[in-house]
Design a protein around this ligand. Structure first.
Ligand SMILES: [Zn+2]
Ligand SMILES: [Zn+2]
Length: 344
């Protein structure tokens, strides 16, 4: 009898150990990659599920915490694999403190470990209960179920004067389908990201900085070539987001635009080959395209000032003063110095 009891105990222990390994932490156990762009007003919050694993990118403003926690619970989340704070502004980290109070998280990523604002400090302090913040920089990568992600930016967040330009740029891929999350990254930092030859092509672009015209340059869009764009912003927000310039450039490129301010929470689902996007009653399904972007990165020198620029720079020389360089090295060895504005 005693031996039988011991055997049973051993079996139960084995089962328990097996469980902690087998059962993924998130829920919503449907096949494929599910991405929810939550309607958190003038803020960002994206919840991603893949094979029972969950990742949360940004957590809205502090007041959105309770809504986000209840949304996660509704989807059956009991723990998160990753929380990513794209940058230290309240409309991105505010609600994350409450999320971390309610759910254990394996890795809490941020581009910086401390910042000069109360919402970020509360979030960093709360993350200490879960092993603290892990710095998330270019080169960070990982898996989420069968999907995988790679961080492409920032690489030197401490050198950025503009907090928006410390934003984590994360590309998440399942099969042919990629999602690009760019936080509030602005045009000058987009240009610096473009100077790498990364494959940025993504079926879905989470549009930078709530659709502000300070983000989403023509050159950036040409490299990402999204078929779907999602803008997270508040109805009648004080900044006028999304700006007309952004909507125009997306329309010109015939990109399908989804907005949380007019459509509420947007959900994108893919098996890596087909992409379905829905918001309320509206549902659209399309095959994931695999466009090949032209990697025509070049630099434009000013013959007079001997400064060189990215083609996206706002202070390009007049046509008759221009000289083109095919690489940064070529410009520098010709005695040209990089522009302090576009930082090529
Ligand atoms: Zn923001
Ligand atoms: Zn910001």
């Amino acid at each position: 009898m005693k031996r039988l009891l011991m055997c049973l105990t051993a079996l139960l222990l084995l089962a328990a150990v097996g469980c902690t390994h087998e059962v993924p932490s998130g829920q919503l156990t449907e096949d494929g990659l599910h991405v929810f762009f939550l309607d958190v007003g003038q803020a960002d919050c994206t919840l991603i599920f893949s094979d029972g694993h969950a990742m949360l990118i940004d957590g809205g403003n502090t007041d959105d915490g309770a809504f986000i926690v209840s949304f996660l619970k509704e989807k059956g989340v009991t723990a998160l694999d990753y929380v990513v704070a794209t940058h230290a502004h309240e409309d991105h980290v505010g609600g994350l403190t409450q999320v971390l109070k309610n759910f254990p998280c394996k890795t809490v990523y941020a581009p910086v470990l401390q910042a000069d604002n109360a919402a970020f400090t509360r979030f960093a302090r709360q993350s200490e209960q879960q092993g603290g913040l892990t710095q998330c920089l270019r080169g960070t990568r990982g898996d989420l179920g069968q999907a995988h992600f790679e961080v492409l930016f920032p690489f030197e967040p401490e050198k950025e004067e503009n907090v928006n330009n410390t934003s984590v740029v994360l590309r998440l891929t399942l099969g042919q389908a990629s999602f690009l999350f760019v936080g509030d990254l602005e045009r000058d930092a987009e240009s610096r990201l473009l100077s790498f030859d990364d494959d940025l092509t993504s079926a879905v672009l989470k549009v930078g900085h709530h659709g502000s015209s300070t983000s989403t340059s023509y050159y950036f869009l040409r490299r990402v070539l999204p078929q779907t764009a999602v803008i997270s912003c508040g109805a009648n927000n004080e900044y006028g987001h999304p700006h007309k310039e952004t909507i125009d450039i997306l329309n010109q490129a015939e990109i399908d635009i989804w907005r949380t301010d007019t459509m509420g929470t947007v959900e994108a689902v893919t098996d890596g080959a087909l992409l379905t996007v829905r918001a309320g009653e509206l549902v659209k399904t399309a095959a994931v395209l695999s466009p090949t972007p032209a990697l025509d990165i070049y630099y434009i020198g000013n013959k007079k000032s001997r400064v060189f620029h990215l083609p996206a720079c706002a202070s390009l020389p007049k046509e008759n003063n221009r000289v083109d360089f095919s690489s940064r090295e070529e410009a520098i060895s010709a005695g040209y110095t990089p522009c302090s504005r576009c930082r090529p």
